[in-house]
Ligand binder design. Structure first.
Ligand SMILES: [Zn+2]
Length: 252
């Protein structure tokens, strides 16, 4: 499903209940798409059921709403932003592309919203595609629905963190950004390590001397404690690691 389609004259149009039935084209595959003015879901454009276009993948209303909220907030900050930016050659459609001014020149940032599970390999492929297309950084935002375990954890509770969120925390070193589209808020979840003390055992050789084997404590890999901070949409660019020029920090 799409929020943006092209009209026959090439202009971009955003789905809304006020639009008339006209000829609308998918910006990715150029096939015609149909305006759906759903009562329960936001207005959107839909492909034919047998389409294999990346733009035909179904998206939740939360995902659609999050893209609109990001567009509004980035625009209010004075940043040029585009929703559902098609990159046909790379087979990639960026949820929101935003131009952020920076002393070293304008930075082009690809913002991706995740409302469902995703494989880490898929994320890596998207990041690589974004670099080839010319984006300077890729930002991942999980919805408060997808990251509910992190959003609503009690203080000091232990949470099992999904692999893709651990990957974001490790790769970018800026916590896990979470968008609550209904509240129009961005939160950042920071992860704390949980250490389990190992048991010590004393072992004796046949002669009676202590050889001293014990089980050291270990730090849990996927289970973490969570601290949440309210961020803002006016993110900052910070130095990246693991070959990324930039990472994005939402926390104020
Ligand atoms: Zn398409």
């Amino acid at each position: 499903m799409l929020l943006i389609a092209e009209q026959s004259d090439g202009s971009r149009v955003e789905a809304s209940r006020d639009l008339g039935q006209d000829t609308y084209l998918c910006p990715m595959c150029r096939s015609s798409v149909i305006l759906k003015r759903g009562r329960k879901v936001a207005a959107h454009f839909a492909h034919a059921p047998d389409s294999n276009c990346p733009g035909a993948e179904s998206e939740s209303w939360r995902h659609l709403l999050a893209k609109r909220v990001l567009m509004d907030e980035f625009t209010a900050l004075g940043w040029a932003a585009r929703m559902e930016v098609p990159h046909q050659a790379a087979g990639r459609r960026v949820d929101v592309g935003v131009k952020v001014p920076h002393p070293r020149g304008t930075c082009y940032i690809a913002v991706e919203v995740q409302d469902s599970a995703i494989q880490v390999d898929t994320m890596k492929a998207r990041v690589e595609a974004d670099r080839r297309i010319g984006y300077h950084a890729t930002v991942w935002l999980f919805t408060s629905h997808r990251a509910a375990a992190l959003m609503y954890a009690e203080p000091d509770h232990e949470v099992r963190v999904p692999d893709e969120m651990l990957w974001v925390a490790n790769r970018y070193g800026q916590g896990i950004p979470i968008i609550d589209p209904e509240e129009r808020a961005v939160w950042v979840a920071s992860l704390g390590s949980i250490h389990r003390d190992g048991e010590s055992h004393e072992w004796y050789a046949e002669g009676g001397e202590l050889t001293g084997v014990d089980y050291p404590g270990r730090t849990l890999r996927k289970t973490k404690s969570i601290v949440r901070t309210l961020g803002g949409f006016d993110f900052r660019l910070v130095a990246g690691k693991f070959g990324d020029s930039w990472a994005v920090s939402f926390a104020c």
